[in-house]
Design a protein around this ligand. Sequence first.
Ligand SMILES: NC(=O)c1ccc[n+]([C@@H]2O[C@H](COP(=O)([O-])OP(=O)(O)OC[C@H]3O[C@@H](n4cnc5c(N)ncnc54)[C@H](OP(=O)(O)O)[C@@H]3O)[C@@H](O)[C@H]2O)c1
Length: 258
Amino acid sequence: MSRRALVTGASGGIGETFARRLAARGDDVVLVARRQGRLQTLAGELAAHGVDVEVLPADLTAEEGLAAVEQRLRASTGPVDLLVNNAGFGSNGPFAELPLDRELAMIDLNVVALVRLTRAGLDTMLERGAGAIVNVSSMASFQALPQTATYAATKAFVTSFTEALAEEARGSGVRLQALCPGLTRTDFHTTASWSLGWLPSAAWQSSEQVVDASLAALDRGRGRVVVVPGPLNRVAATASWLLPRGLVTRLVSATVRR
Ligand SMILES: NC(=O)c1ccc[n+]([C@@H]2O[C@H](COP(=O)([O-])OP(=O)(O)OC[C@H]3O[C@@H](n4cnc5c(N)ncnc54)[C@H](OP(=O)(O)O)[C@@H]3O)[C@@H](O)[C@H]2O)c1
């Protein structure tokens, strides 16, 4: 039986890869993002897999767009079995110097939209006693990150929120995952004005590696809630949990100021 997934931020990067991987394995997909042209092009390609593809253009920081996606998640026809809350962006610079409007828009997208869509998806999934939600968080959720303070704080919220909901949903048939990628080659860093070209290639993953780790964890059934893709990222995450928080913050600060 085919399943249906709704992916936010499907017009590029990790979200586009989720849509490609899911359609390739026979899942119907609902594609959400602002750039309608990119979604239409992707939809044309994915239809070749013989799956049903819906394009739902929406700005998730605008009430109209967010309400439209909530409504789609609550629709009884064509129910959504997998929600991937992936749309998100970051920024770079001391908080006191960054435009406040953009920082607030980041909270609207990374936190408020994610919470509202999680609620809409969860309500119908709990009713059906089945479904899964992947909230795309970040390794940035594990410690404070100077120079991208708001972004790291939004992702700390996403990881904590998802872990709590996963526990609340235990035994309900609904699973939640906080996917915590490290550096992944997408447009994310250009959008956030990060110049990280000096980092060695070993520090980076492809969006395919990230998405495959997420789907493999989901396929394994109930189990890991926080998914950190890649052995190097898992070592770094473990170190950040073991070392004193203040030391980790200073180490990260020294790295990003390089
Ligand atoms: N790349 C990394 O190193 C990395 C690491 C850890 C976590 N992540 C997380 O992974 C997720 C995906 O990022 P990415 O790396 O794939 O970046 P990306 O290539 O920049 O993709 C971001 C996606 O979000 C969508 N989006 C942005 N603003 C939106 C809005 N207001 N309404 C609806 N959609 C919006 C964009 O589509 P439109 O512009 O068409 O709207 C795009 O599809 C984010 O949550 C990010 O925080 C990324």
